[in-house]
Design a protein around this ligand. Structure first.
Ligand code: C2E
Ligand code: MG
Ligand code: MG
Ligand code: MG
Length: 281
């Protein structure tokens, strides 16, 4: 019986693997065309200062709707784009589009809101990256402080070990850098003080549990602040979480409970009908 079950499990496993491979190759096949065929768009999720109740930044999040596959989850799209080597082209499009849209957001909010852009290790490590971003900023009349680059711990650690370190160049030029999904990587704490970041985004897995385990979040917060980074929390879904985090002194907050990722058109439309989109809570 055990032998039979074992064989069955093996077959299931192979079936699962085949499904995954089929999905991957389907995605790859359609992803090559997606940029030319205008299938990408951006959603923008606000990062609030909950003390002043102002939007201080908008994070650009890639969206892909394929005419054949429908909406493809962003994590999956990015993973395949990295594998097949189209990630840099896609990220250039994201950077250009987001910086162009920032003009509209600055008018809309009548303040110096910034744009936050997620960048993969692959592009960040590319020598052209800093130049491309600076040029896009220049062409649109923004200075470097208009942009925040979000990178994972892994990407920053990798960069730290290279001679021609991109992160310090970015920060020297006046751009800011956020360490994204902080607390989920495998890297050791020993490197953290050497990373020239400005902000650290505490991963939503900690936010989720803040009401059961505030100590965990406040320990991470103290670590971040003692290294002179600014703490941001991701994944705030409820008023009670937001309040607790604000009481702890974390005023930069982001999450579905505060504001959903939405296209620029949504912000423009809402501003016309009901006034500026503000804090949900
Ligand atoms: P991220 O940068 O950590 O972005 C946060 C993700 O969590 C987004 O998912 C967002 O929609 C979601 N989220 C925000 N608030 C909440 C919340 O309160 N609860 C829950 N459950 N989720 C929340 P999304 O848009 O699917 O993006 C997934 C990841 O894909 C991003 O994680 C980012 O790492 C990556 N990504 C998105 N756009 C780009 C891009 O243009 N370039 C690169 N390289 N990566 C991107
Ligand atoms: Mg991010
Ligand atoms: Mg994140
Ligand atoms: Mg993430």
């Amino acid at each position: 019986l055990a032998k039979k079950q074992g064989k069955h499990r093996w077959v299931n496993y192979l079936d699962g693997m085949e499904d995954t491979l089929q999905r991957q190759s389907k995605l790859a096949q359609h992803l090559f065309q997606a940029l030319n065929q205008d299938e990408f768009s951006l959603h923008y999720q606000p990062i609030f200062n909950v003390e002043s109740r102002q939007v201080c930044s908008l994070e650009a999040l890639l969206r892909w709707k394929s005419p054949v596959l429908g909406w493809v989850p962003t994590d999956e799209c990015i993973r395949v784009a990295e594998e097949i080597g189209v990630i840099i082209e896609i990220e250039k499009w994201v950077i250009s589009t987001a910086i162009r849209d920032l003009k509209e957001f600055r008018c809309l909010f009548d303040s110096d809101v910034t744009i936050a852009i997620n960048v993969s290790t692959k592009y960040f490590a590319n020598p052209d990256f800093v130049g491309f971003v600076s040029q896009a900023l220049n062409e649109n009349g923004f200075d470097s402080s208009a942009i925040n680059i979000e990178l994972t711990e892994g990407a920053l650690l990798f960069d730290l070990n290279r001679n021609d370190n991109a992160a310090s160049k970015i920060v020297e030029q006046g751009m800011s850098i956020s360490i994204d999904d902080f607390g989920t990587g495998y890297s050791s704490l020993a490197y953290l003080y050497r990373i020239p970041a400005t902000h650290v985004k505490i991963d939503r897995s900690f936010t989720e549990r803040v009401e059961d385990d505030a100590t965990m979040v406040s320990s991470i917060q103290h670590l971040i602040e003692s290294l002179k980074f600014e703490a941001v929390v991701e994944g705030v879904e409820s008023l009670s979480q937001s309040k607790l985090l604000a009481q702890m002194g974390i005023k930069l907050q982001q999450g579905f409970g505060l504001g959903l990722p939405k296209p620029l058109a949504f912000y423009l439309d809402q501003a016309n009908r009901e006034g500026l989109p503000g804090l949900n809570l």
